[in-house]
Ligand binder design. Sequence first.
Ligand SMILES: [Zn+2]
Length: 256
Amino acid sequence: MMTEGKPDLLTQRIKQAAEVIAVSSPVIALTGAGISVESGIPDFRGKNGLWSKYDPARYATIDAFLSDPVEVWNMLREMDELVLAAKPNPAHTALGILEKKGFLQHIITQNIDNLHQAGGSLNVIEYHGNCSTLSCLSCNRRYSMEEKRHEYLPTCECGRILKPDIVFFGEGIPEEVLNLSFDIARKARVLLIIGTSAQVSPANTIPVVASKNNARVIEINKEKTWLTEQLTDIFLEGGAGDIVSGLLKEIIKTGA
Ligand SMILES: [Zn+2]
């Protein structure tokens, strides 16, 4: 009986968050691994994540890729299998609908899985790139993963092993991506934080920048994070799929 009051509080908070979103613009979202877990991609850092099997120091740094791309492709093939099998979940599709209806202007994501785009979102800024394309570090030719997937070691026509367009550890985030995301964060009136504890730089600075510039911060996470006490205005505790689709329903009611 202890938890009986909890769903009511959550429902109340979802209504409250929906009211804020419906009357504010621009609204932006910062997303992380937690939004893709329900799509079948375990958090890389979590218990069943890719990094429990592949030491990121040996498989996910740019130095590792440059010195032994053949070894690193063992990890990349597994990453590709995970992403290929994943479908957008109700959180991704609800965000896509919110954007189409004009209630959400931008998504900044730390994920590389392309699921926001698959869920219908157009304005997606990808901090860590996207594994659906590959580039040659020698001649800069680009390929889609789809056309190269049948190759055990996807190789450029110039002969070099290709690298997915994801940001490896030790690589910088492209400057235009950084500038654009800070600009968006400064202007945001509402920041939705979904499925991320925002601990990794530079994603951890986005909530600070938005909040300093008076954005309301709505956090959707399964557990409290450092943000919850320090920056969050409305904390919606739970899985992204349920909560974001609940928000969508309320926003449509409120906005109509
Ligand atoms: Zn090449």
